[in-house]
Design a protein around this ligand. Structure first.
Ligand code: PEP
Ligand code: MN
Length: 337
């Protein structure tokens, strides 16, 4: 912590601050400038009482932390990129992984057709929501456990690992029994008890960015997973809420280099929720790959116009095949497989 003292304070006021810093277990380093004095307090802010209350002392101008608030997520804690493995599929390595499938699991026929088609086109992980976080309670809420069973069946038939959303702590064991990766949705990205429950299942956790979440808040939410002894964290950008209404959300691709600088955790981009428009998905995928994304999460439906959720943003089975063919040279140009 850096504690800046106000100008023209007495030596006795300064000594009181120094004494308090020592009392709380930190070592003070006093730097006297022409106009004011600055004290560096050395010590681990995680294991010592906070120095922040000093900010309310009349002789103190400011108290500023120098350590990052996220520790395990930080690149300082793990200088090389980390990888997350789900049923043998490695996310964060040379290979760009493609997670694809319907927004919601609707029926056996819909899921199986999609699973077979996305696998054929080159997807490596199957997505599908069984518990859906819908804005209105009158919209389709997902098939629940029946949807999970269908996902497990699709996995048996295609060999693709599955990612599906965990919506509630109450379902943590149930969803973890079926899923290879748990998705924490944008609306739950700061539901800390849910994050802890997800971490404790031991399954990899894909953490979406909340609709109005700052990057530091997102990194700190990810810290909950790593701090609960689960190294399988993935960050997924899915667009944030801005003043723009042309798109459903504003897909913030700048997080790719930022999260890569700050953290070792793999980055996944979801251009489907990110734009809300199927016609924009290809361009955003190209951009994401060029910027260093480790995986893409893409919504695919056999008949988007009849989808039970997110119809406008889902690509068709043929559209997905075309998309995958389109992306290959971009993946190569980015030095990935
Ligand atoms: C989804 O992936 O279908 C979904 C609901 O995502 P998000 O939480 O990003 O809105
Ligand atoms: Mn969706």
């Amino acid at each position: 912590m850096i504690i800046v003292l106000r100008p023209k304070i007495t030596r006795r006021e300064e000594t009181a601050v120094v004494r308090e810093i020592r009392k709380l277990g930190y070592t003070p380093h006093i730097m006297r400038g022409v106009a004011r004095t600055v004290i560096g307090a050395i010590g681990d802010e995680r294991t010592h009482a906070s120095l922040e209350p000093l900010a309310s002392w009349p002789q103190v101008e400011s108290v500023t932390p120098i350590q990052k608030r996220f520790k395990l997520v930080s690149r300082d804690a793990h200088p090389t990129n980390s990888t997350v493995t789900a049923r043998g599929v490695v996310i964060g390595g040379r290979k760009v992984q493609i997670m694809a499938g319907p927004c919601s699991v609707e029926s056996e026929e819909q899921l199986m057709r999609t699973a077979v088609a996305v696998k054929k086109a080159g997807a490596t992980i199957l997505r599908g929501g069984a518990f859906k976080p819908r804005t209105s309670p009158y919209e389709f809420q997902g098939l629940g456990e029946k949807g999970l069973k269908l996902l497990a069946k699709a996995r048996r038939e295609t060999g693709l690992p599955i990612i599906t959303e965990l919506l509630s702590e109450n379902h943590a064991d149930l969803v973890a029994e079926y899923a290879d990766i748990l998705q924490i949705g944008a609306r739950n990205a700061q539901n800390f008890q849910l994050l802890i429950a997800a971490a404790k299942t031991g399954k990899p956790v894909l953490l979406k960015r909340g609709l109005s979440m700052k990057i530091e808040e997102w990194l700190l939410a990810g810290e909950y997973i790593l701090a609960n002894n689960n190294a399988g964290l993935l960050f997924c950008e899915r667009g944030i809420r801005t003043f723009e209404t042309y798109t459903r959300n504003t897909l913030d691709l700048s997080v790719i280099p930022i999260v890569k600088q700050e953290s070792h955790v793999p980055v996944v981009i979801d251009p489907s929720q990110g734009t809300g428009k199927a016609s924009l998905v290809t361009a955003m995928c190209r951009g994401a790959i060029a910027m260093g994304a480790d995986a893409l999460l893409i919504e695919v439906h056999p008949n988007p116009s009849e989808a039970w959720s997110d119809g406008a943003q889902q690509v068709t089975l043929e559209g997905f095949q075309t998309l995958m063919d389109d992306l290959r040279p971009f993946i190569q140009a980015a030095g990935r497989e």
